[in-house]
Ligand binder design. Structure first.
Ligand code: GDP
Ligand code: ZN
Length: 353
């Protein structure tokens, strides 16, 4: 009985909140309509979404007299979900609040599954993934490969950046060199750097970022924050800063944030984005994401080959003749096994709930 009453109460509360939210959305939409009809809105122009704060979005003006300025905007409710990195058409409003009226075509879209397994857009128009590794914490092949598989499936060019070059020693260098060589021979660009002490062989990180929209990914502790902090000119750009217009703290957002860099590069960052690659993938995506395995898809004797010890397995054959390196094959098998395991767990949880 008590349980039922609680449920009714919860239901009532949810409906109330939803009702209020819908009313707010209607009010905003009516307000936008009124401004549109009374001619209060300025001309249509292009902009770039740099951050998200609930229903409001910060847009950097890409043209006109406000070029470079950041405008807080409302979004017309008929638009699909907008994300950081999106290019949009917006119109300045009367009270320093603009209105986004259209979304421009995306060249790429990063999506991640929410807790119900539904894909949700995270950031748009990214064209470079910088995968940071370091001598310490020791790199794991299968983790590197997961990030690469994710990038390949999103059609975003990955670059491997070895940070903490100052920690290379005679003891760990041979192993790291072999690892880097493995990826160079697969056609990946590899660069080396350090945030502590620069040497002449260190790559300029700026060169990797120029004229592109990049994200940094990689396991915790490899130095992503240190690199990003060096790239950003001052702390003013950091997420969670105090808003200039209201003087109030802008609530810290966990959604992606876009930064313009002095090297003419663009960086999108958020804790969620740094986990890119660790989101759930399918076996098809895994096979596609290994460059040397991709051409073998569909060549196994059995259509449902699991590439273990089946006869006529094209992937096992390629591993035996050295087309796939021992390490990459191990890593492929390990990720494959993890996937089967988690799919199995998901299916058994489904039936018991
Ligand atoms: P994140 O988790 O990838 O963001 O890594 P952090 O930027 O927080 O760095 C983790 C640790 O590595 C910190 O103690 C940094 O000071 C240190 N670190 C970052 N870059 C370098 C580097 O180039 N060399 C050395 N020796 N330490 C570094
Ligand atoms: Zn096979």
């Amino acid at each position: 009985m008590a349980k039922r009453r609680l449920n009714r109460q919860q239901k009532w509360r949810i409906e109330k909140v939803q009702g209020e939210r819908a009313a707010r959305a209607t009010r905003t939409e009516r307000n936008i309509d009124r401004q549109l009809q009374s001619g209060e809105l300025g001309d249509e122009q292009t902009g770039l979404i740099i951050a998200h704060f609930g229903k409001q979005i910060d847009v950097a003006a890409l043209e006109g007299e406000r070029h470079g300025e950041i405008m807080r905007c409302h979004v017309r409710t008929n638009l699909e979900a907008l994300v950081t990195g999106d290019r949009v058409i917006w119109r300045p409003g009367a009270s320093d609040l603009g209105v986004i009226v259209a979304l421009q075509k995306r060249s790429s879209l990063l999506q991640r599954p929410d807790k119900f397994g539904q894909l949700k857009p995270v950031a748009a128009n990214i064209n470079r993934v910088i995968l940071v590794i370091a001598p310490e914490p020791e790199p794991h092949d299968n983790l590197i490969d997961r990030y690469l598989v994710a990038a390949e499936n999103c059609d975003i060019e990955p670059v491997i950046l070895l940070n903490k070059a100052d920690l290379l020693t005679d003891a760990n260098r041979p192993q790291i060199d072999a690892l880097l060589e493995r990826y160079t021979s697969l056609g990946y660009t590899v660069a080396i750097t350090s945030t502590k002490s620069k040497t002449e062989t260190d790559a300029s990180i700026e060169a990797l970022l120029t004229d592109r929209t990049s994200i940094f990914v990689g396991q915790s502790g490899v130095g992503k924050s240190s690199i990003i902090n060096q790239l950003l000119p001052d702390a003013a750009l950091k997420v969670g800063e105090v808003s200039q217009s209201t003087g109030k703290g802008v609530h810290t957002t966990t959604t992606a944030r876009l930064f313009h860099l002095s090297c003419d590069g663009t960086l999108i960052d958020s804790p969620g984005i740094r986990e890119f690659g660790l989101w759930h993938m399918s076996v098809e995506q895994l096979q596609f994401g290994f460059r040397e395995i991709r051409p073998l898809i569909g060549h196994c004797k059995f259509r449902n080959c699991r590439h273990q010890s089946e006869p006529g397995c094209a992937i096992t054959e390629a591993a035996e003749n050295g087309t796939i390196s021992i390490q990459r094959m191990q890593s492929f098998k390990r990720i494959y096994a993890e996937m089967e395991q988690s799919d199995w767990q998901a299916s058994t949880t489904d039936t018991t709930s």
